[in-house]
Design a protein around this ligand. Structure first.
Ligand code: TYD
Length: 205
């Protein structure tokens, strides 16, 4: 399927600022008259809602079941009526906060990276990003940023986030997608400018 819109994904460890940068980018695209739809995973649909309960520690479940639910949420995000495929086919660009690289980075405790990556091939085959913006943050800075937040989801510890970062890098190798690695330990405006340049190159293709 040839998509008319571009699919732009933001990834990064918790506290990297990817949600703000996804918002800043979408606002800039709007100002420039570029059609954009901003979304996130886990979604706010039924499966995503269940996953958020798990993330808050309200539910316990097997890691493999959780990895599979993240894929289910993703496939629904892609293919449901009014979902990503339809949006992109209509020529609207999509900015998505997290995609399958997050699954490789966070959901491989039981079975390892290869299993989660393989599981997510279906989603990758259906919808491959035109650009992955990875907001890279040194571990020490990450620790400070996490301390400033007022709630903790189960994955927000420094040791965990260090492994998450390593797995992200493995995921990028495995899927071979177009990744812009952006150092986000700088002023927000500078980071936003780098993001914008990377996106402009993709929009011009
Ligand atoms: P998010 O809502 O992006 O939280 P934050 O703004 O704090 O980064 O993501 C919530 C959590 O979901 C995050 O800790 C990572 C986790 N997650 C997975 O474990 N697997 C996935 O496939 C996705 C998309 C997210």
């Amino acid at each position: 399927m040839t998509m008319k819109g571009k699919f732009i994904v933001f990834e990064g460890i918790d506290g990297s600022g990817k949600s703000s940068h996804a918002r800043i980018l979408a606002e800039r695209m709007q100002r420039e008259g570029v059609a954009v739809y901003r979304t996130a995973e886990p979604t706010d649909g039924p499966i995503g809602t269940l996953l958020r309960r798990y993330l808050k520690g309200e539910l316990r479940a097997d890691e493999r079941a959780i990895a599979t639910l993240f894929l289910a949420d993703r496939l629904d995000h892609i293919s449901a009526p009014g979902g990503l495929e339809e949006t992109l086919l209509a020529g609207v660009n999509v900015v998505c906060d997290r995609y399958l690289y997050s699954s490789v980075a966070y959901n491989c405790a039981s079975e390892g990276v290869d299993w989660v990556a393989e599981l997510n091939r279906t989603a990758h085959h259906r919808l491959r990003p035109d650009l992955v913006v990875y907001l890279d943050l040194p571990v020490g800075v990450m620790e400070q940023r996490l301390q400033n937040r007022n709630f903790k989801e189960i994955y927000e510890t420094v040791a965990y986030q260090t492994r998450v970062r390593e797995r992200y890098l493995e995921a990028f190798d495995l899927f071979g997608d177009n990744v812009a690695m952006i150092d986000c330990n700088r002023a927000k405006a500078e980071v936003a400018e780098d993001v914008w340049h990377a996106v402009q190159r993709v929009l011009a293709q």
